[in-house]
Each structure stands twice: as C-alpha cells, then as structure tokens.
Design a protein around this ligand. Structure first.
Ligand code: NAD
Length: 359
C-alpha cells in the first residue's frame, strides 16, 4: 500500500466544482487499488486575495512544496480584474510553477473517437482519434528574458529577449525523451533554427541528448511548418518538444483540433516527483456555480498525476478507460452535448466516471 499527500488548490470560478469531482475519482482509485491519498486544501488566486490580500500566500507555496503533488482547478475572474498587476490571480500560477521548480509543461491533445465530430478539422483528418503530447519548456525563453524600453533607430522601442542556456535545454529535452519512451518513441523538436541563435543551440543540444535515447526517433521542424502540419496531418505527431513561447501557441492550436477545452488536462513537472496537474481551461466565470462545467479535463489531470508523479500507470489507465467508456455510453456535459446524447451536470459526470472505475 502506498500513501500520497496531495495539495488541492481549488481556486476560483468552476475550480472548486471540477476539483471536487477529480478528488472523488482519486478516492475511488484509492479504494480499488489500495492506495491512500491525503488531501490538503490551500488557497491561491482570487479567493486568496479575498482572504489574505495576496494571490499566493507563503503558506500555500510551503504546503505545495511539502506535498507529493498539487492538483489545481483554475484561478481568476472578473471580480479581480482591476487588482494591481503584480497581485493578479494568474500571478499565483507563475509563482507556483517557479516556486516548485516546474520547468516542463506536458499538454496532451487527445481526441476521442466518440467526439470526432467536435473537431473543426475534416473527419478524414481526425478519424480514429488523435493523441499528441506537447512538451513545452515553462520557466525560460522570451517570457523570462531581459526586457524593457530603450531608444532605438525609430525612437522609443520595447524589447523582449529569447535566451536559453544549454542546461535548460538539456533538462527539458531529457523530460521529453522520457515521455517519448512511455509513448510511441517518436519525438519532433520544434524551433526556428533558420533564424534564431537560441534555436540553433536548442537543436544541437536536443541532438546530443537524443544519443542517450537510441530507441526514440527524433526529427526537427521549424515552428511555422509545425503549425501548418498540425492542421494538415496532426496524426504524424507523437511527442512535440518545444520552447516556452512556441509551446504556448502550438498547444492552443493542438487543443482546438480536439474540439473541447473542457476535456484537456495538463501537467507541470520538474526534476523530481512533485508536479502540478490542472485542466487547460480557466475559471469559466460564465458558468461557475451552475453545475454545468465539464470535469473531465480535471479528472484526466489526476490520471496524469498518477502516471507522471506516482508512476501508477495501471491506475492512470483505469481513469482514462472510465472517461472513454462514459463518453461512449453517451454522457455529455453541455459543452460537448449533441443530439441523442444524455445531458448531465458536473456532479453527475464525475459520479458516472467514478462509478465506472468500480466496474
Ligand atoms: P475559460 O477557459 O475560463 O473559458 C472560456 C470558455 O470556455 C467559456 O465560455 C467557458 O464557459 C468555457 N469553459 C471553460 N472550461 C470549461 C469546462 N470545464 N466546461 C465547460 N465549459 C468550459 O477562459 P477565459 O474566459 O478566457 O478566462 C476566465 C478566467 O480564467 C480569467 O480570469 C482568466 O484569466 C482565467 N484563466 C485561468 C487559467 C488557469 O487558472 N490556469 C487559465 C486560463 C484562464
């Protein structure tokens, strides 16, 4: 029997609703596979501003650091839109990623056969589903580089800097190759090496690390081509490894291909076991408190937690299989509802998935 401590940052809007269902699913996994999951609830985001005046209280970060993993709902909402920039709810996410050393973002873009008609792409391009994993560098590159204003050739100008150290590229590349080893062993590294010096170091370093993983087939693609290939023939991809900004853009493109924002999970991991797992969607203030949110993205986020942080592959698969099964049985929350299907709310969707695990 194994025991795991999980910090739950439910957050704002639909965050508490969807995390509640994911916690119930984990409890079911615990019962079925004989594990103990302990949950500690902490505040971050708008609710923390209301309670403590700061978006990321030190106590929250400390408890997250001491946990085996973090489950996050979503933060933010119109109530806090006018809060000063450095204390906006979304800053809590950056503070958590940075404070926990989570430099790798894993974003699967999975499309289930049962939902093929939700994709904006032609059916023949996505039939039989899609399964891509985007591995995005999360704590370096242009979002963290030197920036500011200065006098340039045409007067005042603003600048941002893309900089990557070899060490940063090595560690994200190793994480991406490890992920590829757990999948179909096919990795495409995306850069802009025809123009950017930082991309040339990226490409050279990925090639060096690839020697440690002889089983993984590696290739390189320019980011402009990659964005085109994702809509032309997305099935060619297994693992995509890329930088912070390119990953930000490509992962949104890939998620759209699959059809619904309410279905996709994500993981942020570092060197060790601790990771932060969250749906890719936000706090959806427009549907908060109405039992309308789709909890599947958050439930699949805990499946990623089981797989990547706790190495419980069998248990993770039990959750994924349960989700596929309820979708095939026709259960739908409003965001993915179509004619002839069974309309359910957040709580009911969580319950049918948890019940499916028991079968
Ligand atoms: P959003 O993802 O919250 O919502 C976009 C649309 O998708 C809305 O119509 C919403 O109802 C719908 N939606 C989102 N999740 C859904 C779900 N699980 N089930 C059904 N429908 C769902 O994005 P937004 O409206 O741009 O942002 C709302 C707030 O969330 C903002 O304050 C934003 O800053 C914040 N946000 C937080 C995170 C995060 O915590 N990781 C990420 C993105 C946005």
């Amino acid at each position: 029997m194994a025991e795991f401590n999980i910090a739950v940052v439910s957050g704002d809007g639909i965050g508490p609703e969807v995390t509640a269902e994911a916690v119930n699913v984990l409890k079911k996994i615990g019962e079925k596979f004989n594990h103990i999951f302990n949950f500690k609830y902490v505040l971050a985001g708008g609710c923390a501003i209301d309670e403590f005046g700061v978006c990321l209280p030190e106590e929250t970060l400390e408890i997250c650091k001491q946990s085996d993993s973090v489950l996050l709902g979503a933060v933010g909402g119109p109530k806090w839109d006018n809060v000063e920039n450095k204390n906006r709810p979304e800053k809590a996410l950056l503070g958590l990623r940075d404070g926990l050393g989570l430099f790798t973002n894993l974003r699967p873009a999975t499309m289930y056969k049962a939902l093929a008609n939700a994709s904006p792409l032609k059916p023949e391009i996505v039939e039989d589903g899609l399964d891509i994993m985007i591995v995005r560098e999360l704590t370096g590159g242009i979002y963290f580089g030197d920036r500011g204003y200065r006098q340039g050739k045409y007067g005042e100008e603003a600048y941002d800097t893309e900089a990557y150290s070899k060490k940063e590229i090595e560690r994200i590349a190793r994480n991406a190759f490890d992920v590829a080893m757990q999948r179909n062993k096919n990795l495409v590294s995306v850069d802009k090496a025809n123009v950017l010096e930082s991309s040339r170091l990226w490409r050279k370093t990925v090639d060096e690390i690839s020697k440690e993983y002889p089983e993984v087939k590696v290739s390189h693609m320019y980011v402009d081509n990659a964005s085109m290939q994702l809509v032309r023939n997305p099935k060619q991809f297994d693992v995509i490894l890329t930088s912070n900004m390119f990953g930000d853009i490509l992962s949104d493109e890939a998620s759209m291909i699959t059809g619904s924002i309410g279905l996709l999970p994500s993981a942020s991991i570092g060197d060790g076991r601790l990771g932060m797992y969250e749906p890719i969607h936000g706090s959806a203030p427009d549907i908060a408190g109405q039992n309308k949110a789709n909890p599947i993205a958050t439930i699949l986020s805990v499946a990623m937690m089981l797989k990547y942080s706790f190495k419980l592959d069998k248990e993770a698969k039990a959750i994924e299989d349960a989700v596929i099964s309820v979708l095939e049985k026709g259960y739908r929350t409003p965001d993915i509802m179509s004619e002839g299907m069974i309309l359910v709310g957040t709580k009911e969707m969580g319950k049918v998935i948890a019940d499916e695990i028991n079968m």
